[in-house]
Structure formats: structure tokens, C-alpha cells
Design a binder for this molecule. Structure first.
Ligand SMILES: [Zn+2]
Length: 109
């Protein structure tokens, strides 16, 4: 049997009649066998008529890369923090080097 998530992904297109006849057959066959998807489809159509937006899949399933994107963002933020830290260290280093030179020059004079 076809994965219910795939069917649920296609239900909005199916409801719009925007699927190929092969997909249409596949969805109809699945809906005949699968009560869960039949319920989801009925709910989708009901909500569609009342003008609600419908999430057929839980958000995490609907966008499986959300977690990955979050991790990448965190990694980037960490990189920025490290870069900022290095920049601050460099500035402190330069400032203290300049100060040391001034002190050295003054001592020489
Ligand atoms: Zn199903």
C-alpha cells in the first residue's frame, strides 16, 4: 500500500482535480482502502468549503528539513560568534600593541 503521507501530500491537488489520471486512480484506490486518508480528505474538503487553511500533515512532517535548517542556522550563528570573538581579540591585540609601542617610544625618548 502507498504511504499515507504521499497520499495526504497529493490530496489538495486531487481535490482540485489537478492530478494525472494515474495519480487519480492511485489516490482513489488508496482512499477506498485507507480510512485515515478518507477522513483526512473529508476533513480537507469540509475545511476548504469553510475557507480554512488546512494542514493535512503535522508541520514537522510537512517540512522535514526544518530541523536541519535550524541546525545550520545555529552553526552559522556559532561561526559568527567565533568570528566576532576573533575580531575583538585582534582589535584588543592591535590596541595593546600600539599602546606598547607608544610606551616603548616614550621610554626611548
Ligand atoms: Zn492512507
Amino acid at each position: 500500500m502507498i504511504n499515507c503521507d504521499i497520499i495526504k501530500d497529493m490530496l489538495p491537488l486531487y481535490a482540485d482535480g489537478a492530478v494525472s489520471s494515474a495519480s487519480c486512480d492511485m489516490i482513489q484506490k488508496h482512499l477506498m482502502k485507507c480510512q485515515n486518508c478518507r477522513k483526512a480528505y473529508a476533513l480537507y474538503r469540509k475545511n476548504l468549503r469553510s475557507g480554512k487553511t488546512v494542514e493535512l500533515l503535522p508541520k514537522e512532517t510537512a517540512y522535514p528539513y526544518a530541523g536541519v535548517v535550524k541546525k545550520i542556522r545555529l552553526a552559522k550563528a556559532a561561526e559568527h560568534a567565533v568570528a566576532l570573538g576573533l575580531a575583538v581579540t585582534a582589535v584588543i591585540g592591535i590596541v595593546s600593541a600600539v599602546k606598547n609601542k607608544t610606551i616603548v617610544k616614550r621610554t626611548i625618548k
